[in-house]
Every structure is written in C-alpha cells, then in structure tokens.
Design a protein around this ligand. Structure first.
Ligand code: UT7
Length: 329
C-alpha cells in the first residue's frame, strides 16, 4: 500500500443568491410546499440567474473562497477534476473553463461524469493521482447548474434540483489521515430510468427533441428511489464493516442529498446518530455532484482532526459508493 495518503487540506463553496422557494414553485405548477417538504425534504433551492454563465462560473467562485481560506495560489495547482453533469459545454471541459477563469496554467484538468456520485468518484480518483507522488495540489470539484437541465413545467422533477459548487484541496499527507478507503460501484440497469434523453451522440439535438423536453432530466422516481435506498445504505454499511467501524466511531455522515427519506434509510442502516448527519437538502435541494462538498463547506468548522467521516452517494448510471475520510486539520 502507498505510504503517501491523499489528505483534504481546505474546502470552498459557492451558491447563487437567488432563492426559489416552494411557494414560488407552487405558482409555477400544480404542487405544494406540503408535498415537497414531506415527500422530499426540500424547502428552497438556489438558482443561478446570471445570464450567459454556467457551472464553471460557480466553481471558480468556490475555488476563490478556498484560495482565500488556505492561502493557495493558482500556479501551485497541478490537478483539477470536476465531477459534473452540467458542464458549460459538451466540449471543451468544464475543468478547462475553470482553469481559465482562475488563471491555472500548470495543471492536468478534466471532467468526470458519474452524475450525483461525481464528487466521491472524483475525490477517489484525485487520491490515486496524489498517492503516486507525482501530483502535489489537486482541486476536486462537485459543481452543477441543475437549473439548466430542469423542466419547469414538470412537477415530478422541477422541485427537486438546485445549483451550487463545492471544492476541496487535496495534498499528500501522512498515512494517519485523509482518504482511508472507498467502495465505488456501477450498474447500467439504471441507464434508461434516469437520464437526459437527447443532446448526446446517440440522439443529437433536433426540433423534436426540444419540443419533447428531452434536454431536461427524465426520472422514474420510484424505481430510482428503491435502488438509491438499497445501494446507498448498503455500501455505507459495507465500507464501515470492512474497516471495523460502528456507528459510534463515525463523527460525521455526509450523504448525497436527493431525498430526506433516502438519507434516513442510510442513517438507520449505519447506526450513526442523527446529530452527526449533515443535511443541506432543505435549503439547496438536490445539487447532484455538489451536494456533498457543499455540506462540507457549510460544516467544516465542526470537523476536528482525526474525525472519521463517511461520504456516500447514489446517482444516474446507476453509480454509487462510499468514502471513509480521517479529517486532517
Ligand atoms: O439524485 C440521485 C438520484 N435521484 C434520486 O435518488 C431520487 C429518487 N426518487 C425520489 O426521491 C422520489 O421518487 C421522488 C421525490 C422523485 C418522488 O416521490 P415519490 O414519493 O416517489 O412520489 P411518486 O412519484 O410515487 O408520486 C406520488 C404522487 C403521484 O400522484 P398519484 O399518481 O398518486 O395521484 C404524483 O403525481 O405524487 C404526485 N406528485 C406530486 N404531487 C404534488 C409527484 N410530484 C408532485 C409534486 N407535487 N411536485
């Protein structure tokens, strides 16, 4: 096993100012605050309203927050991985756009598509790069402008999503801290149940695809829900058992924020106390790959050196997994 561990040394975040609450949504479609709150756990979400900008705009702001907190300079960054489903363009990568916005010229930079699991998969990848000894300072993003792929005439998906960006700085550190272990999985059975139907190479954009709302999220909610509950809870418990960790050993559980009921199932299965579970779905909705780093951004002051932290996510693909961190500062 590698002697170099990948350690998180800083967290940054950004959410847009505009708040779209359940009451405003109820004026746009046949829904209610009561339904959204009890079935999903969302009260409001942030929406990026600035014209002509995409995910890289929010991600760069998150990185500027991280740079200010850690004293890091753009020229020190040698790796950028961006977990996102909503890059500014199909190409070039969102990572390239972020590098340009931040003035980063010395980094390997690429996007990673694992839907809502994008941050944990990106973090695990970055850890492998750092463990080789060849990379010294990595920015790992979970960043999404979900409003750009949301159909605001569809009550079954529109209330769910929000925009935002989170980022962590990952550096080489001692083997006592950092990314200790992870389990990541994929099952293509999910493919057609949660997807963007058009705009890719299989079905390029056409007048019909626009008229049929095929450039916005299609989701069979109950099918996805069933798999999310089983897999997110299951993989978290599996990772803990593998490393002889019980609920009492866990300082913080940071689950992907798709539905409070899915989170509750993971809490029950892992035996982690409710007071140790990080939640932002009520204020930010489902921000896909950004949900976990945004939780870390809001709560980092609570973390103490040596804390055991479990990150866990489930998303389109299906993709899912869990990461065990030991907090380093
Ligand atoms: O991010 C990673 C992947 N995604 C997930 O993990 C999401 C997984 N799925 C879910 O969280 C839930 O399935 C949803 C939140 C998407 C939906 O909740 P649900 O409890 O599964 O509702 P449902 O789809 O079974 O719909 C129940 C009823 C239906 O009415 P009928 O047929 O029983 O009369 C829907 O038409 O609720 C109705 N409904 C709504 N009513 C008011 C659906 N959306 C709404 C709405 N407001 N916004």
């Amino acid at each position: 096993m590698s002697q170099i561990h990948a350690v998180i040394t800083g967290v940054g975040g950004y959410v847009p100012e505009y708040v779209l609450d359940n009451h405003e949504l109820s004026t746009m479609m046949d829904t209610s605050d009561e339904w959204i709150t009890t079935r999903v756990g969302i009260k409001e979400r942030r929406i990026l309203k600035e014209p002509g900008v995409g995910t890289s705009y929010m991600a760069a702001k998150a990185a500027e927050d991280l740079f200010a907190k850690t004293g890091t300079k753009p020229e020190e960054i040698d790796l950028i991985i961006v977990g996102t489903t909503t890059p500014d363009y199909v190409f070039p990568s969102c990572a390239s756009m972020i590098a340009e916005r931040l003035g980063i010229k010395n980094a390997l930079a690429f996007d990673l598509q694992a839907a809502c699991s994008g941050f944990i998969v990106s973090l695990t990848n970055a850890a492998s790069f750092i463990e080789t000894g060849r990379f010294k300072k990595a920015l790992v993003f979970g960043a999404e402008k979900m409003s750009s792929i949301t159909n605001y005439t569809d009550r079954t998906t529109a209330p769910l999503f929000g925009d935002g960006a989170g980022v962590v700085l990952v550096e080489p550190g001692s083997s006592e801290f950092g990314v200790m272990d992870s389990i990541l999985r994929t099952d293509g059975i999910g493919g057609t149940h949660l997807m963007l139907k058009a705009g890719g190479s299989a079905k390029p954009a056409s007048h019909d695809s626009v008229d049929n709302h095929e450039h916005t999220v299609y989701q069979e909610g109950q099918f996805v829900f069933k798999h999310a509950v089983t897999n997110m809870a299951g993989v978290s418990a599996e990772l803990m058992e593998k490393n002889n960790l019980t609920g009492e050993d866990i300082s913080w559980l940071i689950p992907h924020q798709a539905n409070l009921r899915i989170i509750d199932a993971t809490v029950q299965r892992t035996g982690v106390d409710n007071s140790k579970v990080m939640i932002n779905i009520d204020r930010f909705g489902n921000t896909s790959a950004a949900s976990i780093p945004l939780c870390m951004w809001e709560s980092q002051k609570k973390f103490k050196k040596g804390d055991n932290i479990i990150l866990t996510a489930f998303g389109a693909g299906f993709t899912w997994g869990a990461v065990w961190l030991k907090w380093a500062y």
